[in-house]
Design a protein around this ligand. Structure first.
Ligand code: SF4
Ligand code: SF4
Length: 342
């Protein structure tokens, strides 16, 4: 595994990172196995968050006694100082450490987030103090909104920026990443599979490896998934004309208005299972309608409960018109259901 410098943090990290969301669903023993396998295969950068439930505890257990061998990044989604400090103290405890290498403000996608973070008594104040005390080595930020991310990069407050990046959502390479590079920020790429929409891992990493200073942090849910993804980094990278055609096919199929399955919009107060229902169209193409109709029956049957209250829309970082999109997916499901007699 090659090593890289993570921007002005000066940290040396593996060229491939570890995103901790999938280890939430593993039991602790299995999660530790996966984390240790990743370390054995050369991965030294681990990204988690207060929001990723017990993943900090699992990382803390996996790397107890070898803290200096790994670089740990975590996050708080709180905007007020008191809450952010409580999250930080909890992360230190769960991770069994007295310092966090990179502490990130989680999903800062709106101006009102930034205003709250920088207000007197806001989280920024507390994090800067924690950095002076050595509890945090570097401060970073994550966002799903490119204009906001550009603003955040330019504030000069951060050492890293974490943003979605994959061959479907690649706009960051034209403005956000050059701006980050100019200020020597480390760049972290979340959502290498576009929230599950890219089901060809080899193709996903062929694209990502074209951007060697962008640290991809895919999630892993098994020892096999670690071995598979690491194997992509074992050989020189080649993107063929056929690969480019295949990437284009995905782009055309999805367009830009698609659900990334981040689940920030949930729960719906009316019981709509938003995330699975938003994936019906793609699933129907991949699985064939008769299978897809049955596979998503339960979530699709919740869609008529939607009263278009808009609560989910306010929480979606991609500004998706969720009620309209749900209706389109539902109409398609209903048509397929009738056509296939199910
Ligand atoms: S708009 Fe519909 S899906 Fe969204 S929160 Fe309201 S009821 Fe639920
Ligand atoms: S609708 Fe938006 S917030 Fe909800 S899962 Fe999809 S991308 Fe995320």
């Amino acid at each position: 595994m090659n090593l890289r410098r993570l921007g002005k943090t000066g940290l040396t990290v593996s060229e491939l990172g570890f995103g901790a969301i999938p280890i939430i669903r593993l039991d602790t023993a299995e999660a530790i196995k996966v984390l240790r396998r990743a370390y054995e295969r050369g991965i030294t950068f681990y990204d988690t968050a207060n929001a990723y439930r017990d993943s900090e505890d699992k990382i803390g257990q996996a790397f107890q006694g070898m803290r200096d061998k790994v670089v740990i990044a975590t996050k708080t989604g709180l905007r007020d100082g008191k809450g952010a400090l409580a999250h930080l103290e909890n992360s230190l405890r769960m991770l069994r450490t007295d310092y966090i290498d990179l502490y990130q403000l989680h999903q800062v996608s709106q101006d009102r987030d930034w205003e709250a973070l920088t207000a007197p008594g806001g989280a920024m104040e507390v994090l800067v103090k924690a950095q002076e005390q050595g509890k945090i080595r570097h401060i970073g930020v994550t966002s799903h909104n490119r204009q906001m991310a550009l603003k955040l990069v330019r504030t000069g407050h951060f050492s890293t920026i974490q943003f979605p990046f994959n061959f479907i959502e690649d706009a960051a390479k034209d403005d956000l990443f050059p701006a980050a590079r100019a200020l020597d920020l480390g760049i972290l790429a979340m959502k290498p599979f576009a929230g599950g929409m890219i089901d060809n891992a080899a193709l996903a990493f062929k694209f990502l490896r074209q951007h060697p200073d962008v640290l991809a942090i895919p999630g892993y849910d098994s020892v096999q998934s670690v071995d598979q993804i690491v194997s992509f980094y074992d050989s020189p990278n080649m993107v063929t004309d056929d690969d480019l055609v295949a990437m284009d096919r995905y782009r055309q199929e999805l367009g830009m208005q698609f659900c990334r399955r981040c689940e920030y919009c949930q729960p719906c107060p009316h019981g709509v299972m938003i995330t699975p229902a938003m994936g019906y169209q793609v699933l129907a193409k991949r699985m064939d309608p008769p299978v897809a109709v049955e596979f998503l029956r339960r979530p699709m049957e919740t869609v008529p409960n939607c009263v278009a209250c808009g609560a989910c829309v306010k929480k979606c970082p991609y500004d998706l018109p969720i009620p309209e999109m749900l209706k389109k997916h539902y109409d398609m499901w209903e048509r397929h259901r009738i056509e296939t007699g199910r």
